[in-house]
Design a protein around this ligand. Structure first.
Ligand SMILES: C[S@@+](CC[C@H](N)C(=O)[O-])C[C@H]1O[C@@H](n2cnc3c(N)ncnc32)[C@H](O)[C@@H]1O
Length: 250
């Protein structure tokens, strides 16, 4: 492990703590005082005794970064973020425009998938969310590849030749014309909306604009408890997150 690596420490209970190897010692909730300098030179997968905990030291994956993110607004969860990445074909070198940043969970997934060489420009109405999102992205080591811009995406998108426009905001249909102007031919549009009425309005706007390949879907996830004596679905289930609407510019 070298200085600057993003490291996740997993305790016996499966809790995750994100630290940067070699960074200044600090108080971390759940770990009390921790000095990340001692991580430099350790092997991945090593065990570290700290206070009453045995911590396993691992390179922070995208899931670790999402799980340790400091939340302020409702975030897009991994099941939905993963589908957005595939539907929008986000890969190394992609240029993605997003709105709004919120806690930057979706931004983080987009930015990681676009590396190396890609970039995310995220439009955010509120200065406080922009600052919050920037802090989360910096903690994940993604500050250099994401431009968090305080602006209303409905008023226009400055970028051109964009590979994907991804919206998580209350009125995505209002951003359909700017998305059309920004996208390259064949580029992808995605909207995440908690309400069916939002899906309907967005779909009408997409059709009117001339987008093709319009689709909306909902993903249901059920976690399982796997035990020695048998396995079953978890008693708790996430009832609803949001609907996904996709389209392509032709
Ligand atoms: C639910 S949050 C986004 C959460 C984010 N996708 C995540 O996973 O952490 C919605 C964000 O969109 C922002 N927003 C709403 N309307 C907007 C607009 N017209 N332009 C830019 N940002 C907007 C809000 O301020 C808020 O921060």
């Amino acid at each position: 492990m070298k200085r600057g690596d993003r490291v996740v420490l997993r305790d016996q209970g499966g809790r995750r703590y994100l630290v940067e190897a070699g960074a200044k010692a600090e108080r971390i909730q759940g770990l009390a005082f921790f000095d990340p300098a001692k991580l430099v030179g350790m092997a991945w997968g090593a065990k570290l005794e700290h206070a009453t905990k045995t911590l396993t030291v691992l390179p922070a994956s995208t899931m670790d970064l999402l799980a340790t993110l400091k939340r302020k607004a409702q975030i897009v969860l991994p099941k939905d973020a993963a589908r957005i990445l595939l539907e929008c074909d986000v890969r190394a070198g992609s240029l993605v425009v997003e709105a709004g940043v919120g806690s930057a969970a979706l931004t983080l997934a987009l930015a990681r998938a676009a590396q190396p060489g890609g970039r995310v420009v995220t439009y955010e109405l509120r200065e406080d969310f922009a600052d919050w999102g920037r802090a989360n992205l910096a903690a994940a080591g993604l500050a250099e590849v994401v431009d968090v811009r305080v602006a209303d995406v409905r008023a226009g998108i400055a970028e051109r030749g964009v590979d994907a426009v991804v919206l998580d905001m209350p009125d995505p249909w209002e951003a359909v014309p700017p998305a059309w102007d920004a996208l390259r031919p064949g580029g992808h549009f995605a909207a995440y909306s908690p309400l069916v009425s939002q899906v309907e309005q967005t779909t009408r706007a997409l059709a009117k604009q001339g987008f093709a390949d319009l689709r909306s879907l909902e993903l249901i996830e059920r976690e399982w408890v796997v035990g020695e004596r048998g396995s079953r679905p978890s008693h708790e289930m996430l009832g609803h997150t949001g609907y996904l609407t996709f389209a392509r510019k032709v």
